[in-house]
Design a protein around this ligand. Sequence first.
Ligand code: HEC
Length: 137
Amino acid sequence: MKKLILTMALMAAASSAHAQAPARPAAAASAGDAAFGARMLGPATGEQIFTRVCAACHMPDAKGAEGAGRYPALAGNQKLAIGAYPAMVVVKGLNGMPAIGAMLTDQQVADVVNYVRSHFGNRFKGAVTAEDVKAMR
Ligand code: HEC
């Protein structure tokens, strides 16, 4: 019984600590979340990250969807011509798109962006590097 009460007290303490979480500096939050995301995904290629994360909204064929929201196509999207744009969207989010890059490592962001820019009919030149992504954090 004592142990149960202690556990509950710890849970209450943990949840109130969590409520104050936004006070954490952004840099620390993204570094921590990236490590968490990397563990969740495990070693994943750009293709696997696309399939497991991006396809949920942008559809498996990257052609986007319209319904409850508007999910732009990434296939044939000229805005991907400059790699920094999609990398920035993944790192920072954009309106209805959450900042998914916060849960990915710099390399994972680069890999998924490079994958999208070179598949689904896209043939954009140049590759985004982990260093490029790091500079955007
Ligand atoms: C929860 C749904 C969701 C997920 C998951 C998601 N996106 Fe998005 N994404 C959106 C929405 C919604 C927009 C449109 C935002 C706007 O323009 O207001 C968007 C926009 C974009 C854009 C900008 C397109 C343009 O025409 O300006 C890019 C690039 C993009 N997403 C890439 C990705 C990649 C790569 C992933 C996976 C790492 C991903 N998204 C995962 C919802 C999502």
